[in-house]
Structures are given as structure tokens and as C-alpha cells.
Design a protein around this ligand. Structure first.
Ligand SMILES: [Zn+2]
Length: 318
């Protein structure tokens, strides 16, 4: 069982939150030893910028993303036997054949483009292969998820449409997680390349604006996209706990409404705290979820799709 996780915030935790540790030894949920135990084939690492923390706003955020990419390049150089950068499906397969974990870089917060398409091109050249267009604030691309209907119905801005189109041309995966419902709909309309919700759950099971409605799940599945199961308690169903029983329910719901080619894993590891009970505290415990789903009657072939095959299909399309 090979694992691909579509989203973690480990770079952010190492660089910004803990300001200590590295990929081999850290206080994080994701580490090289943990990924080895889990049989990780590829880990998507988000360069997440919380621009409100930065005196220089998005401008500083853009520079910081480059520092995050530098950091990951250094880490990969430091542990070349264990981990390697990956920029395509064939890179992932080659790394896997050599027994190496693939690190795929992403950006979480498209606001750092600040209306400049050449920034997107620079990020692509530096290896970014997926961008989460929004975080929880309005930006130059569009509007975020919100409990306010007036925000939730607003969609892509003209620069957002340009960005989504250019991402398709370049070969970058468009990530709708954190977007408003209106932005989601607009993205599906104008995207030419692959679209995913890298770390979002089902709104039918937990009414949270970060989660996907059944209609959104169907729409995303129709264009060949998928969603990564998020382990954050408030998106699963319980405020202060991340429970396996709730994870399995979301996976089964995704399969019911999006089909077996829809669900992926998008843990959100190292992107949240304040959860008292964590049934899967780190990547090394992922087998617990596999076992729980197997006990619920999920077939081995469906588990393989959830674990890696669906993500590989998306990677193949860029
Ligand atoms: Zn996120």
C-alpha cells in the first residue's frame, strides 16, 4: 500500500511555527521516518503563507514562498537517499523505483501573485505543481469560503479566470479547497487542466463552509477531479477530536456521491492544532485508517485508489 497525501503544512510548521526541526527530526506529524513507515510514495508539501502575520503582506508572502522552496531544496539535498523532488507523474514513478519518497511542492494562498501572472510562471519554474487559489480571505483571484451567503456566492475575479487558464496551460493542478461556492463553480467552468479539492470533506456530514456539498462532489467527479480527506476535527464532525469513525464516514460518502475514482488523502497534517484526541497523530499511523475502512467492507482495489491511484491519475494529467 503506497500512500500519496495531497496536503500537509509541515514546511510552515518547521519554518514559521516551531522555527526548528527538519524533515528527519521534528515535532511534526510528517517526517521522513514517519513517511517511510507509512509507505509514502509522494507527499504534497504546501508553501502556506499567512499574510496577516507578515508586515509586508502578500509581497512578503511571495518572497517567503521562495524561501520555503529554498528550504525544501536544502532538505532534499540533505537526505538524498530518502527523498527527492518530483515535478511529474514519471518523476514520482522513478523516485518510487529507487525507493525514494517524492516531494511535490504546492502554494497555499494565491493572493501572493498580486495580480502578476509572471509570478505564477516563476513559481512553476521553481517546481510548484499545485496551487490552492484561496485561503480564508478575499484575494486577487476570488473569494473564500464563508458563513456569510453574500461572500459564499461570489466567484472568480477576472485575474482569477486568467490564473486558472494559465495554470492549465502550464500543467499545474488547480486546488479549490478554501474557495467560496461561487469561486468553485467558476473554476469548474473555466479550468482546462485538473482540478482537486486537496483537503476538504463532505458538507452533508459536517455543515462547514470548508466542506463540499454533494453537488460539488458530483461536479468535481464529472471533470475527473477528486478530493483529499482532511483530518481536522471541525471539518470531520467533532470540534476537539479527529476520529477515525468520522474519517471512514466521509470516505464512504465521497465514494457514494463521487464514485470510487474520487476520494484521495489530504491530511492537513501540521496545519492545525488544538485537537485533544487524534486517532491518527502522524503519518506513521495511517495504517489505522486503512484497517478501519477494510473492516467497513471497502475493497482492496478501492483502498488502493484512495491511497494513491486516484492521485496518480491526477498527476498523470499534468
Ligand atoms: Zn488549508
Amino acid at each position: 500500500m503506497r500512500l500519496i497525501d495531497m496536503h500537509c503544512d509541515t514546511i510552515w510548521k518547521l519554518m514559521d511555527l516551531d522555527k526548528s526541526g527538519n524533515l528527519m527530526e521534528n515535532q511534526c506529524s510528517v517526517s521522513i521516518p514517519g513517511m517511510k513507515r507509512a509507505g509514502t510514495m509522494a507527499q504534497f508539501f504546501a508553501c502556506f503563507v499567512y499574510w496577516k502575520d507578515m508586515p509586508g503582506g502578500y509581497e512578503e508572502g511571495y518572497r517567503h514562498v521562495h524561501e520555503m522552496i529554498d528550504f525544501m531544496e536544502e532538505q532534499i539535498k540533505k537526505y538524498p537517499e530518502d527523498i527527492a523532488g518530483a515535478y511529474s507523474y514519471s518523476d514520482v514513478m522513478e523516485n518510487n523505483a529507487k525507493g525514494k519518497i517524492s516531494a511535490i511542492l504546492t502554494v497555499e494562498e494565491g493572493g501572493i501573485l498580486e495580480g502578476e501572472l509572471h509570478r505564477l510562471e516563476s513559481l512553476y519554474q521553481r517546481g510548484i505543481r499545485l496551487m490552492t487559489l484561496m485561503w480564508n480571505y478575499e484575494n486577487c483571484i476570488g473569494y473564500p469560503n464563508s458563513r456569510e451567503a453574500s461572500v459564499m456566492e461570489k466567484g472568480l475575479k477576472p485575474f482569477g479566470i486568467e490564473t486558472v487558464r494559465r495554470m492549465g496551460e502550464l500543467g499545474m493542478i488547480v486546488d479549490v479547497s478554501h474557495a467560496s461556492d461561487g469561486t468553485f463553480t467558476d473554476i469548474l467552468c473555466c479550468a482546462k487542466g485538473p482540478v482537486v479539492a486537496s483537503h476538504s470533506n463532505c458538507r452533508a456530514l459536517k455543515a462547514h463552509p470548508r466542506n463540499l456539498t454533494d453537488e460539488m462532489i458530483r461536479g468535481l467527479a464529472e471533470v475527473g477531479g477528486g478530493a483529499g480527506l482532511n483530518f481536522y476535527g471541525p471539518f470531520l464532525g467533532t470540534e476537539d477530536a479527529s476520529l477515525i469513525d468520522e474519517m471512514t464516514a466521509h470516505v464512504l460518502h465521497m465514494i457514494r456521491h463521487g464514485g470510487e475514482d474520487f476520494p484521495m488523502i489530504g491530511t492537513d497534517f501540521d496545519g492545525f492544532d488544538g485537537i485533544e484526541r487524534l486517532d491518527i497523530p502522524g503519518v506513521e499511523y495511517m495504517e489505522r485508517l486503512w484497517e478501519a475502512l477494510r473492516k467497513k467492507g471497502v475493497s482492496a482495489s478501492r483502498l488502493d485508489k484512495l491511497w494513491s491511484k486516484n492521485a496518480l491519475r491526477i498527476l498523470k494529467s499534468i
